[in-house]
Design a protein around this ligand. Sequence first.
Ligand code: PRT
Ligand code: ZN
Length: 291
Amino acid sequence: MIPDQQRLKIAVQKSGRLTDNSLALFQRCGLEFTRDRDHLVCFGENLPVDLLLVRDDDIPELLNDGMCEAGIAGLNIVEEYRLGFDIWRELDFGNCRLSLAVPRDSSVQSARHLAGLRIATTYPFLTQRYLDGQGIAAEVVTMNGAVELAPRLGKADAICDLISTGATLKANQLRELEVVFQSRAALAVTRRAMTPEKRALLEKLERRMEGVLQVNGSKYIMLHASRGSLTAITALLPGAESPTVLPLDGQADKVAVHAVCRESVFWETLENLKAAGASAILVLPIEKMLS
Ligand code: PRT
Ligand code: ZN
């Protein structure tokens, strides 16, 4: 068995909004793992990789100290505590926005009006950076949680907090003013040196991840078309690179067109293709892709 310190360590949120998607991503990259009894580690069975299950707030420091080689966390966390690591790639889940908000009945109508007022947040760096960029001199009050209660408790005049559906703002009678930062999950990689074996393994996982992310939402389209309608049909294929065009046996004027479409294929797309002269249209899911 490969000793512990030679196994690649990747930090993943233990229990929260990013957990299921993060673990599913590694599964789709072909990693088979078992969870230990305390649910602190997912032990890679077929590759020397361990997924460490931690609080998302701990991920920046684990990467900075080199305790983990990589980790998945929201950009909101990664950018707030940027130290000793790089973002390898943004992922396709965990979408939310960090926004300024005020009590619904506040006279404040835009961020400019926050000058001289207090803003409560768990993201002081991102909030201050935005205010500085806009030239707004407001006081940033750092809180550890329950930010949405700050105005009611008299601790602040406004908040800067994460929003996804907006339901929490509504429930707390708050009104969104301005988006400070758009966030989604990202894979961050330590800047500390790692062994060539670990580097190679990480790059292998990154290549697989790239393939998984490309496949998500992509479709394979096959159809028949007359040579004359080829240009019109190719133009209708959403997000397709140059398609493969194949002759059809015994039909001089007709060809088969195969293409990978990287954008959504709607019923409307198929109807438009048919109207442009396509027939025998098939849309297939893509299982894996490696470019
Ligand atoms: O225990 P641990 O510290 O790991 O978990 P956590 O409670 O700090 O994090 P968690 O699981 O809530 O969020 C993890 C990451 O998910 C965040 O860092 C973001 O990158 C991302 N994310 C996506 C969100 C949201 N959407 C989100 N809506 N993180 C938090 N929220 C909260 C927000 O703070 C507010 O309280 O949800 C509430 C608002 O949601 P809506 O839908 O009512 O607008
Ligand atoms: Zn957290």
